[in-house]
Ligand binder design. Sequence first.
Ligand SMILES: C[S@@+](CC[C@H](N)C(=O)[O-])C[C@H]1O[C@@H](n2cnc3c(N)ncnc32)[C@H](O)[C@@H]1O
Length: 272
Amino acid sequence: MTRPGTDDPQWAMVDEGWGRKAVDFAALSEPGNCREYVAVHHRLGVDAGDRLLDVACGSGLAIELARLRGASCSGIDASARLVAVARDRNPDCDIRVGDMHALPWDQASFDVVTSFRGIWGTTPGAVAEINRVLRPGGRVGITVWGHLKISPGAWALAPLRLAAAEKVDNQAVMVSLGRPGAGEQLLAAHGFVDVERVDVPFAWEFADPQLYARALAATGPAYEAIQNVGEAEFHRVAVEQARAQLRDGLPLRAQISVVGYLARKPEGAERA
Ligand SMILES: C[S@@+](CC[C@H](N)C(=O)[O-])C[C@H]1O[C@@H](n2cnc3c(N)ncnc32)[C@H](O)[C@@H]1O
């Protein structure tokens, strides 16, 4: 697989962090998000015949679950190595490597667009693209991290703060879309109606501290921390963090606040 060079656009560099441990991400991390996927598909009423696009689809588990509901699915992610797993899981789907700010589909191609913690405070332009590829009357569901500090499972994200200060600051801007009013405003500004903010169930579970550390290390923000302090130190801090959370006879559990925004593109929007 060719690796991006210095002249490549920023999105093409995403694979460096998100793709470097794609197999660990797919097998150890992404399955922990399943409650979120099931809840949002249910709230959106994803059903047989729906043409669904998942933006920033990662290794494609959400697509696999939407297919089980009968949807015909497409996906896009900037990480070629995550897309390789997503295609392996969903061989008959149209899953592309690309940038969410320039979706390579015609306008009105989809009935439903989802994005699970893929749209951030730093990527508002992607919402305009989602609106373009949705048919009038189509539904959108995006999730973002909610109030992390009060989440019982906030400990599970704490090692990400080992990244350099400017990266940690950027992570804070990224999660700003979870603040009350922020997502509602963003979707309304891009012409969506019936915008609804919902609490989305989200809980990671791990068999032991080592598996937790390995799963977290497979994520993009962990790569930023690892670049700053090294793989061994990241692992040490993560394991120590998790040891403090061990409970007899129960898995490690990190319940984290996730917010969902559900909305609709108005009928007749294309004509307006
Ligand atoms: C927090 S992960 C979410 C992945 C997946 N939705 C999930 O639920 O696990 C963010 C994803 O966004 C992807 N990504 C980052 N920038 C992107 C861009 N500009 N265009 C498309 N995907 C992007 C990353 O490769 C990564 O898979």
